[in-house]
Design a protein around this ligand. Sequence first.
Ligand code: ADP
Ligand code: MG
Length: 344
Amino acid sequence: MPLLSVQGLTTGFLTAGQFVPAVIDVSFALDKGETLCLVGESGSGKSLTALSIMRLIEPPGRIEHGRIVFKGRDLLQLPEREMQPVRGAEIALVFQEPMTALNPVFTVGDQIEETLRVHGRATRRTARDRAVELLEAVRVPEPGRRLREYPHQLSGGLRQRALIAMALACDPEVVIADEPTTALDVTIQAQILDLLRDLQARLGLALLLVTHDLGVVAEMADRVAVMYAGRIVEESPVGPLFSDPKHPYTRGLLASIPGLVPGRRLKAIPGTVPAPGTLPQGCCFTPRCPSRFEPCPSAHPGITDFGGGRTVKCYLHGRAVEPATAPPGPPPHGPVPQPCPEQA
Ligand code: ADP
Ligand code: MG
C-alpha cells in the first residue's frame, strides 16, 4: 500500500451557486522515500491539488469528491481535530514564497520553536537547541545567530532553508513542496534542490514536488505526473517520460526547454491553459494540440495504461473515453449516507 494516495480528487469553486472544477478526477500515489513531481504550466491546478491534500482549501473553494488515503486513513473523512496533528507534523508543506509563509514580526527561531511546541515535539527549554539543530541540518551557517533574526534580514535562499527547517521540525513522512525554488535565482535554486534531495535520501521522506519547470523534474523526480487544465494527462517514471513522452502536451513542454536548463520558464506551446469554467469540450488540450484529430473535441479521453507505471489520457494512444459522471462516493465533509429502508 502506498504511503499516500490521492484517488479521484475533484476540487473547485462555488461560483454563483455553480460548482466549477479546477482539479478534475486526479489520482496518484506516493511511496515512502520517493519523489513524485507534479508538473504543468501555471494555472494547471497543481497548488490546489497540494492544498487539497492538506485540507487547506478555503471557501468558496471546496473538495467535491475523492479520497486522500494516508497510512490507511482517508484524510477527507477525519474531523478537523484529528487532521491537525497530521497537518504539519506527518505531512508538511513547503510553500512557494518563503516571505509570505514566514511571519515578519517573529524571529526565525521563534517560529521554528513555536512549530515544535505546538506539536509537542519540544519543551520551552529544549526547543532552542532543536531549532539550532534543524537550521544546521538545512545548512544555514551560524544558526545560533540566524535564529535571532527576522525573516526580512535573511536572503531568499536562507528564508527558504528556514522554511524547510520548519517543515522538517516534526519529522514528517511526507513533504509537499510547492515551487520551492521558483522565487530564487539559479545558483541558489540548485543549492536548495541539492539540499532537498539530500534530506529526502537521508530521512527517507516521500516528496511531492510541485513545479512548472521540467529542469527541476529532470534533477529530482523518480516519477512524474503531468497536469493540464486540472487533469493528470500523463504519468510515468522520469526516464521514459523524457525519452518517449506520450502526450502532445508533455512533448510540447519538453520541446520548450532546449538543454533542460533549470529555471527556464515554459513558454513555447502557443496559447494558454484554459481557466476553470472555460474548459473546452472534449480533451482540454485540443485547441493547442498539434496532433488533434477527429475524436478530440467530443469527449475527454480516458486512461490508456502502457504498464510499467506509464499512463496517458490521449486519443493518439487509445479510444478510452473518460467516464461521463464523477466516480461515486460519499461527500468528503458531509455525513456518510445511510441506506434507505426501502433500498435495504
Ligand atoms: P497552479 O498551481 O498549477 O499554477 P492553481 O492550483 O493555483 O494552479 O490554480 C488552478 C486554477 O484555479 C487557476 O486557473 C486559478 O486561477 C484557479 N484558482 C485558484 N485559486 C482560486 C480561487 N480562490 N478562486 C477561483 N479560482 C481559483
Ligand atoms: Mg501553483
